[in-house]
Design a protein around this ligand. Structure first.
Ligand SMILES: C[S@@+](CC[C@H](N)C(=O)[O-])C[C@H]1O[C@@H](n2cnc3c(N)ncnc32)[C@H](O)[C@@H]1O
Length: 375
């Protein structure tokens, strides 16, 4: 994937430009006053709630009620009227509908979710994945005994590329020639994490139908930087894990979502998630005590670099994120957020954290000054 710059016009408040220190970054196009909201986004291309919080977080507004289960689940009767000819699997499994692994805080949120155009296609794949996961839950997962082995494989770009090339030339043609019933025998047993990632990728495929390459959100998404190699070098097991998620989706995705599904799209969804994702945090709590409920991708907001002295504060209200200036800025100033709630750490610890978790040597103004003054 080539990275272009500038990728698109996200807002009149800033331009996205190349920097010598940290890829592309955002620069104010004018003097702008403190407290100005320079970006407001609710156009996520993919979101996921952590498995352990799946019943405790509203899948529409992301409300979390201190560990209490959400009361509203979709029933068969709520979706019957939405089914089309394309939702063959869901039609034939409607009697056993489990609720697609979705919980809501109110009937308003549930009904707002159901009015998202063609949401039935996403509900269908969620239900298929849930059904597959539950049916295999009691089977032994061979990967449970192989974690150390899978985490010790060597990782390099040619190795990653050749694994995917093998899937392309051997596994895909094998599956493509089989009848659907036979393909099921090739479904891998997946873990809770892999199930959750399969949901995240499905969610992204669903949103990318709306945010196609002609939209600002779509353009921003396809231009996101991928951190596939860095992340896999740190966690080699991810190479295996991604193959299982890909194979599961390749076999299970219904027609409605499989049109644009291919190895390249899958790798970009996963690779750009590492390093561009925002946490969905519990609202109203301090940085130290809030729960991390899940994560989501807002491509238009993914061009802010990190600074240890950020001039933007991030916040969330329901399913919208706001980026607000916390100081006056001048035309040409770099506009930065902070990535991980680490501002209280010492320079060395902050930089180590960013290196290990975000794979970069922080070149922000504060780090540069602190390093210079320590010499
Ligand atoms: C969310 S993206 C930000 C946009 C990115 N610069 C780009 O061109 O796509 C995060 C990546 O930007 C770079 N980055 C962000 N903040 C940085 C900093 N303070 N110093 C160096 N690189 C930084 C790192 O490569 C990081 O993985």
């Amino acid at each position: 994937m080539t990275i272009d710059t500038p990728c698109c016009t996200v807002t009149p408040f800033y331009d996205i430009k190349d920097t010598p220190w940290g890829g592309r970054s955002c620069f104010a196009t004018d003097d702008i006053q403190k407290n100005t909201v320079i970006l407001e986004v609710n156009d996520t291309t993919g979101s996921s709630i952590q498995y352990e919080f799946r019943k405790e977080v509203c899948h529409y507004c992301f409300k979390y009620n201190n560990g209490k289960s959400m009361k509203f689940k979709i029933e068969r009767t709520d979706i019957e009227g939405f089914l089309s000819e394309d939702n063959k699997w869901l039609k034939s499994h409607l009697k056993k509908f489990r609720g697609a692994g979705l919980w809501f805080c109110s009937s308003d949120c549930m009904h707002s979710y159901l009015t998202i155009p063609q949401i039935i296609d996403l509900i269908e794949i969620y239900e298929i994945l849930l059904d597959n996961y539950m049916n295999k839950l009691k089977k032994h997962n061979p990967d449970d005994d192989r974690e150390a082995e899978l985490n010790s494989v060597e990782i390099s770009q040619p190795i990653i590329d050749s694994v995917w090339e093998n899937i392309r030339i051997e596994w895909l043609p094998l599956i493509d020639t089989m009848k659907y019933t036979k393909r099921e025998q090739y479904l891998p047993i997946i873990s809770e994490d892999e199930y959750n990632w399969a949901r995240f990728v499905s969610n992204t495929l669903f949103h990318l139908r709306t945010y196609n390459k002609d939209t600002e959100t779509g353009k921003s998404f396809w231009n996101l930087q991928s951190n596939e190699l860095n992340k896999m070098k740190q966690f080699p097991i991810l190479l295996h894990f991604q193959q299982l998620v890909f194979k599961t989706l390749y076999i299970l995705l219904p027609k409605t979502l499989r049109v644009d599904f291919c190895i390249e799209t899958f790798r970009h969804i996963m690779g750009s998630e590492y390093g561009n994702v925002f946490g969905i945090w519990q609202e109203g709590e301090t940085v130290d005590s809030r729960e991390s409920l899940g994560h989501w991708v807002f491509p238009r907001a993914s061009y802010f670099n990190h600074s240890c002295m950020p001039n933007i504060t991030k916040s969330r209200n329901r399913n919208t994120m706001y980026f607000t200036l916390n100081e006056d800025v001048h035309c040409g100033d770099e506009l930065c957020i902070e990535y991980s709630g680490i501002l209280d750490l010492t320079t060395a610890k902050r930089r180590q954290f960013l290196k290990e978790n975000w794979f970069f040597d922080c070149q922000c103004r504060k780090c540069r000054l602190e390093i210079q003054s320590s010499h």
